[in-house]
Design a protein around this ligand. Structure first.
Ligand SMILES: C[S@@+](CC[C@H](N)C(=O)[O-])C[C@H]1O[C@@H](n2cnc3c(N)ncnc32)[C@H](O)[C@@H]1O
Length: 195
């Protein structure tokens, strides 16, 4: 077994043991450990939430006084009092109306259905990251945080430059639970500017 497969297997087993809906939960746990953006009582928007690992990890971190709004094209079946779910497309205005605003943290682990054609997949990932950024800038409270999956490539330079205009702190990072050969990275933004 290759090292990357062993790593994936390790997190998959751990997720099953600890009751997380996906191994992706460990990416959020590692990001939060390093950047400390989730706090008790927070209102969190989780874009691209299905099957629900990030929502579960966020729900644990914010406690019963907090709330996670989980949004995805597919159902998010996590039955917890502090998680609400919207089945919808982030490009639809109706979904945005349903989402509301006033969030402390916006998360996006959205990813397109992969075709295997790199230019095509990368462009669709870039569109999702752009849309997530628009939603974050629209719905975050001043001082709030935004965490977003991107694919390494030309487009992220411009995205990061734009995000720096809206946040005090912007950094690119790759958590250990993300496979090394995958081009996924996460942009971590803290301190949403007051408009
Ligand atoms: C990598 S998965 C997310 C895993 C999730 N963070 C977890 O921990 O279980 C990416 C998700 O993005 C969702 N997605 C992709 N495009 C979307 C869109 N336009 N609107 C809403 N969700 C979308 C997909 O349906 C998919 O479930």
């Amino acid at each position: 077994m290759r090292l990357s497969e062993a790593k994936r297997d390790h997190y998959r087993k751990l997720a099953r043991k600890q009751g997380f809906r996906s191994r992706a939960a460990y990416k959020l746990l590692q990001l939060n450990k390093k950047y400390n953006f989730l706090a008790e009582g927070n209102r969190v928007l989780d874009l691209g939430a299905s099957p629900g690992g990030w929502s579960q990890a966020a729900s644990d971190a914010i406690g019963e006084k907090g709330f996670v709004m989980a949004v995805d094209l597919r159902p998010v079946n996590v039955n917890r009092q502090n998680i609400g779910a919207i089945k919808g497309n982030v490009f639809d205005d109706k979904t945005l109306l349903d989402i509301g605003d006033g969030f402390d943290v916006v998360l996006s682990d959205m990813a397109p259905h992969m075709t295997g054609v790199w230019e095509h997949d990368q462009m669709r990932q870039e569109n999702l990251a752009r849309r997530a950024s628009e939603i974050a800038l629209r719905t975050l409270k001043p001082g709030g945080s935004f965490i977003c999956k991107v694919f390494d490539g030309e487009g992220i330079v411009e995205l990061v430059r734009d995000l720096r205009k809206g946040f005090d702190f912007v950094n690119m990072t790759k958590p250990k639970a993300s496979r090394r050969e995958s081009s996924e990275l996460y942009v971590v933004c803290k301190g949403r500017h007051v408009n």
